[in-house]
Design a protein. Structure first.
Lengths: 220, 326
């Protein structure tokens, strides 16, 4: 045995212990230091952004769904014949709701305009007169007509219902900012108009005037 | 050969051993619950029984479960997440078959639901949600936001587009508190003439609401309205206004559809409330639990239940925590 051998063997357990400890601390650190930027990015992913989600929905699935919207006159006829069957065929219901929501589209003639709303007589309805079958209120917009009428957004996909509601509020804000000003500016009695939007119809309501929340309005 | 183990290494190994033992004991708890005796028992865990509305919710859930053939027991969490967690431990250890659950905290209660799920005990939330869609089997929840939007619109009709008001919030950890508040403000904030002079939490509690509003009235004696996030707080606020001699002038708006508030609406002393349907939610949850134990698995995760505006004009249609049967 070399003269220094005793000294080496005395330190060996300490070196081995330190190595094991280093491995343990590496695998299971008592404190993990994470760059601030990384936590910010993580938080940004976790926080729901209703404006971004509404923008994505508005420009993509919602516009595409307009092609499948039920004709407003057809919906009115179906509701007059059998409200439950109309709801089952064309509508969407949120949980145990006592109303159905629909995505509708139509063309008609504006019969009256005031500060709060625009009334429209449909071109292809069964009533040959000038009675208004559709009313578009000029804001503010409340409710969930577009969110729920589209049938494309499911509350079960949202861990926090506040996010689902914030999304609806953001959709309504876009209606107020991007659709209704143009309608208010161009609406006049006798003018033709084309629209697509959401509508909510309560189970207990009489045959309704459809109160449409539009996401698209055009003057052909 | 190592003659002496370094002290720090010994400590690390001890910690590791303790962690391993803890993990084992958790798994054991789950297995014990999963290997229960199979007796069909349902636990009804409710946030509080110090509020008549929740008493109706809990008792309806229990009664419906019993009618479906289960033994059912109510556990009162007393608005305390720690008590709720202790109830879950007891329920799991006792081998209950299902839990009808009204959480105390949308985030804090998730761990309890996961704990039950790990022990193969299905959980069905009632009225209040948890912020997870992969823990409970189903969540039957009030559509509070839409109800509060309707209430907000009526508030503007009744109070007008100018005035001062107070908002009493419920438990700040509960999503319903914020769904109601945000729904209400999504309407009322559109009218700049309506000024909220105070917004304080009274924890959904009648006595706290009385104290809070009495204090607010000292600094704001000229308010026109109070929006309370539930009817217990609306009752407390109304008591404070009566004591201050302001009940005739200040309009009170509640939320829930509690019997005493519905009665005061009929008497013209409270302006409005939003009727939730605790019996519908409790019965739906109990029936879902029964269906689950019979083998059904395709449940909708969230089942919103509508909330209806109750005013002086339609109050005759409501009572007994729901819509009167014609």
């Amino acid at each position: 045995m070399r003269p220094g051998g005793i000294s080496v063997s005395r330190w060996t357990p300490w070196v081995a212990g330190a190595a094991v400890l280093a491995v343990l601390v590496w695998v299971m650190p008592l404190v993990r230091i994470v760059p601030l930027e990384a936590t910010r990015e993580q938080s940004a992913v976790a926080v729901f952004d209703p404006a971004a989600r509404a923008a994505e929905f508005w420009t993509g699935p919602l516009q595409a769904a307009a092609a499948d919207a039920v004709d407003a006159a057809e919906l009115l006829g179906a509701l007059a014949d059998d409200p439950a069957a109309a709801a089952a065929r064309y509508g969407h219901r949120l949980g145990l709701a006592t109303m159905s929501s629909y995505l509708v589209a139509g063309e008609g003639t504006i019969v009256s305009v005031d500060a709060r709303s625009v009334a429209i007589s449909l071109d292809d309805d069964q009533d040959p007169g000038n009675d208004a079958e559709v009313v578009i209120e000029l804001g503010p917009v409340f409710g969930n007509a577009i969110r729920d009428g589209s049938g494309l957004l499911d509350v079960s996909d949202f861990p926090n219902a506040q996010d689902f509601n914030a999304l609806s509020a953001e959709i309504n804000r876009r209606v107020e900012e991007e659709v209704l000003p143009a309608l208010a500016a161009g609406a006049e009695a006798g003018r033709a108009v084309r629209f697509a939007g959401g509508v909510e119809v309560a189970d207990a309501s009489e045959l309704p005037v459809l109160r449409v929340v539009p996401f698209r309005v055009e003057f052909p | 050969m190592m003659r002496a183990r370094p002290a720090c290494l010994t400590a690390c190994l001890a910690i590791l051993a303790a962690a391993a033992l803890t993990a084992c004991s958790r798994e054991d708890t789950g297995e014990r619950a999963a290997e229960g005796d199979g007796a069909e028992r349902v636990a009804v865990v409710v946030s509080t029984l110090n509020n008549p509305w929740f008493v109706v919710l809990a008792e309806t859930a229990r009664d419906r479960a019993e009618a479906l053939g289960f033994d059912a027991v109510i556990f009162d969490s007393q608005n305390d997440p720690a008590k709720e967690s202790a109830h879950y431990d007891n329920i799991i250890a006792s081998g209950y078959d299902a839990i009808l659950f009204n959480p105390t905290d949308a985030d804090g209660s998730i761990a309890n639901v996961r704990k039950a799920a790990a022990a193969d005990i299905p959980v069905f939330c009632m009225d209040r949600e948890i912020n997870a869609t992969d823990a409970a089997v189903s969540q039957v929840i009030s559509d509070n936001y839409s109800g509060a939007v309707a209430l907000g619109r009526y508030f503007v009709e009744q109070v007008g587009e100018t005035g001062k008001y107070v908002e009493l919030l419920g438990l700040v950890g509960d999503n319903n508190t914020w769904n109601r508040s945000k729904g209400f403000h999504s309407v009322v904030d559109r009218y700049p003439g309506l000024e909220m002079v105070a917004q304080q939490s009274a924890d959904f509690d009648r006595a706290k609401a009385l104290e809070v509003l009495e204090s607010i009235l000292q600094a704001n004696p000229d308010i026109d309205a109070v929006f309370a996030g539930n009817d217990a707080m609306a009752m407390g606020a109304y008591q404070a206004l009566v004591a201050a001699g302001k009940a005739e002038r200040v309009k009170v708006f509640g939320f829930d559809g509690a019997d005493d508030v519905v009665r005061l609406i009929a008497e013209g002393r409270i302006a409005a409330t939003a009727m939730q349907f605790p019996k519908v939610m409790a019965e739906t949850a109990a029936e879902s639990a029964s269906a689950y134990l019979d083998g059904k698995r395709d449940f909708q995760q969230k089942v919103p239940v509508p909330v209806e505006l109750v005013t002086g004009e339609n109050v005759a249609s409501f009572g007994d925590y729901g819509r009167r049967q014609d």
